[in-house]
Design a protein around this ligand. Structure first.
Ligand code: FMN
Length: 189
């Protein structure tokens, strides 16, 4: 196999692509699309989001110390893209997209009703990395649409219709078939 050596960039995929909601001091909500998002701790459950200081949402999350991670489904992908190419400084992204803000339980940032899963987070740490600041948020409440829930509180992925962002290619992809499950290879390779 012949490998081509390229300069270091952010080429890694698949990545999650999430709609993050946040609020300004008067309670006006905004949405920002983020792909630099990850689960970073199990107990307590914690996520990381990485935001450039120039983004309008950066100041909102920093001031309020909270945000909501809304997991979109593939039907919403045009709206996901739009929230990543216009700024809340110029545009009300809820009106522009028709997405619906509904109250959260533990934070003032709203949930996006159309997203099947919403994770309410409180900021525990901010780490400047260079181009972006990394916000570590503790998940303080989770909301899941009952239509995508199956037994034991697990999510039915076939119904949640998740989307992946492929950095490097700059493309959104839907997911194909289930390949296996955690630990299914044990003793069966
Ligand atoms: C697919 C996609 C992924 C993005 N990921 C990030 C990210 O991880 N961090 C970031 O700072 N901006 C990211 N952006 C850019 C912001 O979403 C974009 O600049 C947005 O308009 C900022 O909105 P705001 O000014 O209302 O905060 C992404 C955009 C797209 C389309």
């Amino acid at each position: 196999m012949n490998k081509v050596n390229l300069r270091p960039t952010t080429t890694m995929f698949p990545l999650p692509v999430m709609l993050i909601t946040c609020v300004d001091g008067s309670g006006k909500p905004n949405i920002i699309t983020l792909a630099w998002v990850g689960m970073v701790n199990s107990d307590p459950p914690m996520v990381s989001i990485s935001i450039r200081p120039s983004r309008y949402s950066h100041g909102l999350v920093k001031a309020s110390q909270e945000f909501v991670v809304n997991i979109p489904s593939k039907e919403m992908i045009r709206k996901v893209d739009l929230c990543g190419v216009v700024s809340g400084r110029d545009v009300d992204k809820f009106s522009e997209t028709g997405l619906t803000p509904i109250p959260a339980a533990e934070v003032s940032s709203p949930l996006i009703e159309e997203c099947p899963i919403n994770l309410e987070c409180k900021v525990r740490k901010i780490i400047p990395l260079g181009s972006h600041d990394l916000f570590i948020g503790e998940i303080v409440a989770i909301h899941i649409e009952d239509t995508v829930l199956k037994e034991k509180g697990r999510v039915d992925i076939a119904k949640a219709l998740p989307v992946a962002y492929c950095a490097g290619a700059h493309e959104y992809w839907s997911m194909g078939k289930k390949l296996g499950w955690y630990g299914y290879s044990k003793g069966k390779l």
